[in-house]
Design a protein around this ligand. Structure first.
Ligand code: GLN
Length: 381
């Protein structure tokens, strides 16, 4: 049999590659973004409880109502944004699904989607597998990865169907500002351009910053698919549970694609989160938890030859290594995993042309012992 690849230039994701290499070599794995500590025992108890209670069959296609209700309440309380649980919120199997289902719902052949790079690696395949074309806006280290909206404007054509945004951003840790949203609102005014917004790190945001969803701008809510996750907030990345919030007409189309991708998402976890989120501290406390980790990690690196700007959000810290070596970032990430036993992610993999800014990404969602040990090794370089 022969199979004609639909993704001839795509290999295995960098996260699997680096995590595997870390496992083979016994390196401290600061590459793939997942915590190496457990979620709350209370949450495990709740899942257990609902499993014993018999909540083991399909959940409703759009998710169980109590979870949609509590999400609506949280979003209203925190951001003053109201989504109707019945027709505007859908529970899905992780934010990766939310993004894929959105692209599948909105894209017609040859539609263009503006993507900022470095871009999380699932975005472009989600666009291309659904017949679309990614149009890149390249963010650079020299400009501190800030968005130049005049460049964005120059990329808009009559084929532009959507703009893909991430805040807080993976891998840069940057957060959108009020000014960004104002520029965006002016650009898309009186167009049919959708915003697809990846906000999985919404609660992991530092230095008293406010999380600003594009949907929080009054002129942008009507066109935004707000894609989120429970995995990062509750240390449960393996449960693969996320959601998409969007106005009624958009959600109706979103559900049509979601139902053919996964149909519904795990039932006992949905019930557990619906209960667990009744206590706001369970999601609000994650900010301080990670801010402390970021600060400790940076502090442990202070005698190293890396240069860095503290991450504004997410659980990733980028570091520049130009004072140590000029090697390509990919080769270096592999070499250091093997030789010093610390695995990281090279930023070039998030660029279409593999631009090399000589930057590595370290995940600090790791226990203090691992972070300190990794920093110690990095300080010797
Ligand atoms: N989001 C995680 C990261 O950026 C990885 C998810 C995955 O492995 N696909 O590291």
């Amino acid at each position: 049999m022969t199979i004609t690849s639909k993704q001839p230039n795509i290999g295995t994701t960098i996260f699997t590659v680096m995590s595997q290499l870390a496992a083979e070599t016994g390196a401290l794995n600061l590459s793939q973004g997942f915590p190496n500590y457990n979620c709350s025992p209370k949450l495990i108890e709740l899942v257990n409880h609902y499993m014993h209670k018999g909540m083991n069959q399909y959940a409703p296609m759009a998710g169980i109502m109590p979870l949609r209700e509590i999400l609506a309440q949280k979003t209203a309380d925190l951001y003053g944004l109201y989504y109707q649980p019945a027709e505007e919120i859908t529970i899905v199997s992780g934010c990766t699904e939310a993004i894929y289902a959105t692209m599948a719902a909105i894209l017609h052949k040859d539609d263009e989607v503006i993507v900022f790079e470095p871009a999380y690696d699932s975005y472009v395949p989600s666009i291309e597998l659904n017949g679309g074309k990614a149009i890149y806006v390249t963010l650079t280290a020299e400009n501190d990865f800030t968005i130049d909206w005049t460049i964005v404007k120059s990329k808009i054509t009559e084929r532009t169907k959507a703009i893909m945004l991430t805040t807080p951003h993976n891998p840069t840790g940057k957060c959108l500002t009020k000014e960004d949203l104002n520029h965006l609102a002016i650009l898309v005014k009186e167009t049919n351009i959708f915003i697809v917004s990846d906000e999985v790190y919404e609660h992991i945001i530092f230095d008293n910053r406010l999380h600003l969803s594009p949907a929080s701008h009054p002129a942008l809510k009507e066109r935004t698919f707000l894609c989120g996750s429970f995995g990062k907030t509750f240390h449960t990345t393996g449960w693969k549970l996320g959601y998409c919030m969007a106005p009624k007409e958009l959600t109706a189309e979103f559900r049509k694609t979601h139902q053919w991708i996964t149909f519904a998402s795990p039932t006992p976890m949905q019930h557990a989160f619906a209960d667990f989120m009744k206590e706001p501290d369970n999601y609000l406390s994650v900010r301080g938890f990670y801010e402390e980790k970021r600060n400790k990690f940076i502090n442990w690196l202070k005698d190293s030859r890396f240069t860095l700007k503290p991450a504004e959000g997410s659980f990733f810290q980028m570091v520049s290594y130009t004072q140590i070596t000029n090697e390509p970032d990919y080769d270096l990430a592999v070499r250091w995993t093997k030789e010093i036993g610390v695995a990281s992610i090279p930023i070039s993999v998030f660029y279409n042309q593999r631009n090399d800014n000589k930057i590595l990404r370290f995940c600090f969602a790791k226990d203090d012992e691992m972070l300190e040990k990794a920093a110690e090794r990095l300080c010797r370089l």
